[in-house]
Each structure stands twice: as structure tokens, then as C-alpha cells.
Design a binder for this molecule. Structure first.
Ligand SMILES: [Zn+2]
Length: 512
């Protein structure tokens, strides 16, 4: 009987990622910069795989979504119109004694106040007094709570003045809204359709925490899906998603302190718990994306924002949450933003950004029915957390294995000569390696025992290892070893590429 342990804490996850070269603290040789991370060779590959799988699923394979790649610094009026200049803030409180700055809402949540980030500044001050909260660092008295803007400011051009101030974008969404009309007209897109973007965003978080979970530089994979304002329930693809059974935690369940429920998506829609078909559809598509890439459905749920939790302009917001070692946390937010954004940009730019509906001959303000917004880093954390196993079969023979979906694996195939000092084996192995790397991310390793080499590949999620031995020289077959079952079989070298391609794509299963 094999005992399987999962990752126990976020600290274990961080040290696993560092040990295997996935992620390091940025600037670590100088002590590190909080909230910034550098990705090593395997981390860079995993990130790239996540992004290209997402883009493939939601842009390349769809006729109704097109992609853009907007600038990180854009016209500051974009951030005025979006509300970020005036209200993209967190509540900050200073310690009067040691001058350390803290997030007021986090401190309130630490003493049991729910949804503290939705409270007014005045209410936070009251609660800090009432609950006698002190500085967590020095126990000193705290000052008044004030708002602190999370955007990174910078200066454009050589002269420093009010008008040269700009911002690193705090989200990718606004680049989609400000380019909406341009993209729609050039590509002759008709409602309903979406615009997607993958790109870096920056938030000057007061206290970045939980490893990659809340960082200051991150990358978003985002879609804004636009519909005619009267047609947010007219999704023609509901058949694709109706049967999805998911863990759902509606705002009513939360307010009544009930548990989340296992329920079919069609029931959530029928009972109007999910208010717009198109939004329900996008929630399901994003949920499926994680499941199809191997994430356990038991560790996923959708949670509806409470009335005082969602942004003022959003009609309804659902988060896809994942059960991390530190609790259920947001993995992706999917808001129904209505016509708010496009109306704002029309107001501030004084341009008519409406969509001309050819059928009715009327103009309408495009309605954003769903904004699936996924951080690459959070997806990264989920895929590693969910696939990590420490297997122990009672002997000393313990192994750590990342059971990553092969499409996500940074290295798909490893090639080993059985002996590193045998010229014939090395020559043959290099030949096979050079052929395979034309097709797959392939890694060559000749150091240490075969057992050690297998373990190293298991730990970074490589699905298949190939060993070249003396029999290979005689009959042109190699050993293919499967990561998950640890079983091995012989395959002819001239059939290897096709065989591996079918295995990796899931067309065939590994079996003797
Ligand atoms: Zn203090």
C-alpha cells in the first residue's frame, strides 16, 4: 500500500519550487525584493505551457475571441476613466511607534472580522479601537486608517511634471476596453464576441504574502466578453456546459452559514443563482480548463461574491476557488461588468465607442457579460500543488512525484544511456536525444544511477524516460518508463516518435 502525502503548507511549496529551480525570490543575492519572483528554467517552461494552453483553448480554437497585446504603460486618462487613479486603493494604517505600515483589512480579518476589505475607513477605525488592535510588530498604538493607491507611478519623458506622470498598468482589462472599437472594426467582429490578452500587471501591494499568491508583479490571462445589452442570456453553447456538476457556494449559502453544494450548472442557471447565461457559460469553460489539465474537481469550487464584496459596477461576480494548503482562495474572478467600462471611456474620451447593430440599425453600448481573469502565477501554484505527491510504500523507497498533465510538463521526455562511460551507448543515446528534441522538450542525463535519474525526473513532472542499454545496440529497442505507474516497456527506436506523440496527446495509454 502506497501512502501519499500532499503539500502541507505554502512554505513547503515555496521550498519545493526553489529546490527544483522553478521559482526564486527576485534579487535574492541582495536579500530579495518582496513581491517579485524570478522563474528558473523549469518555471519558465511551465509558465509558457500554461499561457499557450490557455491561449490555445480560448483564442486560437474559437472564432468569437480575438487577442491583443497592449502596452504596460498607457495614457494616464485610461486609469482616470477606469477609476483606478481615484479609487484603486487599500486601507493602510501606520504604527505610531515603529512606523511599520499594515493593511487594516488584513489585521481585522486576523481577529475574525469577515470581508473587512468592504468596510468604510471610518468603520475600520472604530473596529480597531473596539477590538484593541495593536501593531503586530511592536504592540504600539495604530494611527488612523487611510487609503493608499496601489498603482506604481512612473514618469514618461525627461521632464518631471504633473503631466508626465503615468502608471504601470494594474490590470490588462482596460487596454481591451480602450481598444474595443479599433479591434471590432478592423476584424469585423459581431456581438457577441470576446477580446483576450495575456500580459504583465503591477500592484504595489502593502503586504505581499503567500509566496506567488499575492505578488507585486504578475501576469494576467484575461478575456472581456462583449454582448448586446439585451442578450446576456442568449448563449448558444449552453449544451456544452449544462451537465457540469460543480461545488458551488452561492452568496445566499454564505450568508446563511450553510455549506457549499454539489450542483449541476443548469440548476444554478434555472434557479437564477447565476444570473446571466453567458456568464455561467464562461465560468464553466474556465472550470473545465482546469479539470481537463488534471486538477481534481474536489479541490475546485465556484463562490459568488457577497452583495457588499463585489465591485460597485458589477452585477454579479463569481470566483473559481482552489483549496490551497492555506484554505479556499480565489483562483480566478469572473465578473459581469455590464456597460460600466465602455460608458466610462466614452465619457472621458468624449468619443462615440458604441457598437453599430446592423440588424436593428441602432447603436448600443457593448455590455461585458463576463470577464474571466486568471493570474498565471495562481494557475502555476494550483498545477504544482494539485499534482505533487510524496509517495511512501513503507520501505526507504520514498519518492516525490509531480503528476503534472503531460501538456503542462516542462520536460516531456528524458533520455539516459545506461552507462555513461560506454561510448556505444552514449553515441546511440545522443542520436535518439537529437531526434526526439526535434519534436518534444527533451532532456539528456547521464549522471548518477538510473534510479537517481528517474527520481529527478519524477520530481519535476517528466512523464516518460527512455533508457538506452546494450539490448538497444542489438535490436534497436529502448526502455520507456512511465512516471505515474513506474512500469517499463520496450519500444522500437523507429517507432519512438509516433508512440511518444500518441502517449503525450492522450490518444493511447501506457500499458505493457
Ligand atoms: Zn509597531
Amino acid at each position: 500500500m502506497v501512502k501519499e502525502d500532499k503539500i502541507a503548507s505554502i512554505a513547503d511549496l515555496a521550498s519545493f519550487c526553489k529546490k527544483n529551480g522553478f521559482v526564486f525570490q527576485s534579487g535574492e543575492i541582495y536579500g530579495g525584493l518582496a513581491g517579485f519572483w524570478d522563474y528558473g528554467p523549469l518555471g519558465a517552461e511551465l509558465r509558457n505551457n500554461i499561457k499557450s494552453l490557455w491561449w490555445g483553448a480560448f483564442v486560437r480554437k474559437r472564432e468569437d475571441v480575438v487577442g491583443i497585446d497592449g502596452a504596460i504603460i498607457t495614457h494616464p486618462m485610461v486609469w482616470k476613466a477606469s477609476g483606478h487613479v481615484d479609487s484603486f486603493t487599500d486601507p493602510l494604517v501606520d504604527c505610531l511607534k515603529c512606523k511599520e505600515r499594515h493593511r487594516a483589512d488584513n489585521m481585522l480579518e486576523d481577529v475574525g472580522v469577515e470581508n473587512a476589505d468592504a468596510l468604510s475607513i471610518e468603520r475600520m477605525d472604530e473596529l480597531i479601537q473596539k477590538k484593541k488592535i495593536k501593531c503586530p510588530k511592536c504592540k504600539g498604538d495604530l494611527g488612523n486608517v487611510r487609503r493608499y493607491n496601489l498603482m506604481f507611478r512612473t514618469q514618461v519623458g525627461p521632464v518631471e511634471s504633473e503631466s508626465s506622470i503615468s502608471y504601470l498598468r494594474p490590470e490588462t482589462a482596460q487596454l481591451i476596453f480602450s481598444n474595443f472599437q479599433f479591434v471590432q472594426k478592423i476584424n469585423r467582429m459581431k456581438l457577441p464576441f470576446g477580446i483576450a490578452q495575456i500580459g504583465r500587471s503591477f500592484r504595489n501591494e502593502i503586504s505581499p504574502r503567500n509566496f506567488l499568491f499575492r505578488d507585486r508583479e504578475f501576469e494576467q490571462m484575461e478575456i472581456e466578453f462583449f454582448v448586446h445589452p439585451d442578450e446576456y442570456n442568449k448563449c448558444p453553447f449552453m449544451d456544452e456546459v449544462n451537465e457540469l456538476v460543480l461545488n458551488a457556494y452561492s452568496s445566499e449559502n454564505q450568508l446563511k452559514k450553510q455549506k457549499m453544494k454539489k450542483i449541476a450548472l443548469k440548476e444554478l442557471v434555472k434557479k437564477k443563482i447565476m444570473k446571466a447565461n453567458w456568464q455561467a457559460y464562461w465560468i464553466a469553460k474556465q472550470y473545465y480548463w482546469f479539470i481537463e489539465l488534471g486538477v481534481s474537481p474536489d479541490n475546485l469550487r465556484v463562490r459568488q461574491h457577497l452583495p457588499d464584496e463585489k465591485s460597485h459596477y458589477a452585477l454579479d461576480t463569481w470566483d473559481i476557488e482552489y483549496q490551497f494548503p492555506f484554505g479556499w482562495k480565489e483562483l480566478q474572478g469572473i465578473a459581469n461588468r455590464t456597460t460600466f467600462d465602455m460608458t466610462q471611456h466614452m465619457k472621458y474620451s468624449k468619443k462615440d465607442l458604441q457598437y453599430f447593430d446592423e440588424e436593428t440599425g441602432k447603436k448600443v453600448v457593448p455590455y461585458v457579460v463576463a470577464e474571466p481573469s486568471q493570474g498565471v502565477e495562481r494557475a502555476f501554484l494550483v498545477f504544482i500543488t494539485d499534482s505533487y505527491r510524496k509517495e511512501n510504500s513503507g520501505t526507504k523507497d520514498e519518492r516525490v512525484v509531480l503528476k503534472l498533465h503531460p501538456k503542462l510538463s516542462p520536460i516531456k521526455i528524458a533520455v539516459f544511456p545506461l552507462l555513461k562511460n560506454d561510448d556505444n551507448l552514449v553515441k546511440k543515446s545522443r542520436e535518439i536525444f537529437n531526434e526526439l528534441r526535434e519534436h518534444f522538450e527533451t532532456f539528456y542525463d547521464s549522471s548518477g544511477s538510473i534510479g537517481r535519474r528517474y527520481r529527478r525526473m519524477d520530481e519535476v513532472g517528466t512523464p516518460y524516460c527512455i533508457t538506452v542499454d546494450h539490448k538497444t545496440i542489438e535490436d534497436n529497442t529502448v526502455t520507456v518508463r512511465d512516471r505515474d505507474s513506474m512500469e517499463q516497456m520496450r519500444v522500437k527506436t523507429d517507432e519512438l516518435v509516433n508512440y511518444l506523440r500518441e502517449l503525450l496527446s492522450g490518444k493511447i495509454k501506457f500499458s505493457k
